[in-house]
Ligand binder design. Sequence first.
Ligand SMILES: Cc1cc2nc3c(=O)[nH]c(=O)nc-3n(C[C@H](O)[C@H](O)[C@H](O)COP(=O)(O)OP(=O)(O)OC[C@H]3O[C@@H](n4cnc5c(N)ncnc54)[C@H](O)[C@@H]3O)c2cc1C
Length: 460
Amino acid sequence: MSSVRETQIAIIGAGIVGISSAYYLCKKYKCNSVLLIDERDPMSYTTAQSGDNYRNWWPSDVMAQFTNLSIDLMREMATESSNFLQMKQRGYALATRQKDISHVIESLNDNYRDSENLVRQHNSAHAQGYHSPYSQDWSSAIDGVDILSNKSLIKTVFPAFSSSIEHVFHIRRAGDFSSQQMGQIMLQQIKPQGCEKLRGRVKNIAHGQDYNIEVQTKDGLVAVKAAKVINAAGPYVADIAKMLGVALPVKNIFHQKLAFEDSHSAVPRNQPFSIDIDETPLDWSNEERATLAEEPELSWLTRPIDGGIHCRPEGAGKWIKLGWAYNRTASQPNPNRELTDDPMFNPNYPEIVLRGAAKLNPKLAQYVESMPANRVHYGGYYTMTQENWPIIGPLDQSGAFVVGALSGFGCMAACAAGSLCADWVCGGQRPDFAKYLSLARYDDPALANIMNRSNDLGLL
Ligand SMILES: Cc1cc2nc3c(=O)[nH]c(=O)nc-3n(C[C@H](O)[C@H](O)[C@H](O)COP(=O)(O)OP(=O)(O)OC[C@H]3O[C@@H](n4cnc5c(N)ncnc54)[C@H](O)[C@@H]3O)c2cc1C
């Protein structure tokens, strides 16, 4: 026997993005009848896998504006909560062995063109005016990018980097935070304002005068009647859209990470999130290379792999996190399995990412021969569009909305995504770039040029 619940706005998905949408509906628009529906504990699916890094550096201006808005909103929350969300801002250090960096400088000038003096070059060993990355205080941190082009300076600031590094681009409005803490702040604040939770799996959605959402709970079926519905279902966003009669242009790609105790102190604790941006050939012995080349499933490891291997010290102890988003093959998660049990896990990933990361931090190579004893290999799905922009806005003309496809940036972008979603739902004023993030962008041929301008998707 089914029971019935009524609400003004039903949000499907209580990951960080659904929670943030509820937060801005309640905070900005004083909505007092919001129901968050999820079959799991809040923030326990993709959100729980996040490395919780943030940045305003992107190959596209639209994404830079979007994440800058999100960082502004996170800073607001950090101020209001005495930094309960543990925001830190050491920056991102992008390292390259390339001598000619004119193309990178061009794209940075594009990215940071709105304000003066945001791209600063340092060519001498004693760069005056260069703020070191050792303070992690977000409130006094600077914006823009410092380009370190002197090998002695690089050695002083980033002593663990390979001596082959010619330039480091130090992106300053970037760092890390706790998305779980941020979500907790939001949940605490919206509860007294009328936001409730329902635990169960959405099985079907019918649309008459209202939306009738069929939810399977442990106590039986619940029929939720809602005037408006928001699809914030993470990797299942296309499945929920299908129930609403809309096909979404998204795919799911499994990406893995490795966290481990750096017992050899290979990475300095004050090193910022560091990324090797060069295409990387892995080091193998001749024998290993020959064996790999003969295996059809492994031969790709003998060829250079796209750049983007990253490394960051985590917390106060000795742990570090490594990642490399090299997978390009889409797959679909099974809703009945946990992420820890996903068939897309590659048992060779820890060795691959360690070999890759050792090209920038050579001391990590010692772990290839003797894998760290304390390690966690984990992963989750990046739900993405072709151009790696999210989809936020109306799903159709009748009160259904989507906030999804947040790829590998959904935690840093959650505040802006939730705020824009609330603007759409309540008909509030939206920033200009909001239209580029809605589904309407696919109907505008002029936008196709902007979206396809570069092969660089800003994927990490
Ligand atoms: C390994 C990894 C590292 C990452 N690192 C970073 C990072 O450093 N910085 C960053 O900003 N982002 C990062 N991300 C990306 C970020 O984690 C995601 O973009 C973000 O968590 C997406 O949040 P979400 O709320 O959209 O999805 P989710 O957290 O997946 O939430 C969706 C929710 O919808 C629920 N749901 C789905 N279908 C149904 C249904 N039918 N009925 C009921 N409930 C349903 C699910 O149970 C789930 O709880 C990373 C992602 C991964 C995988």
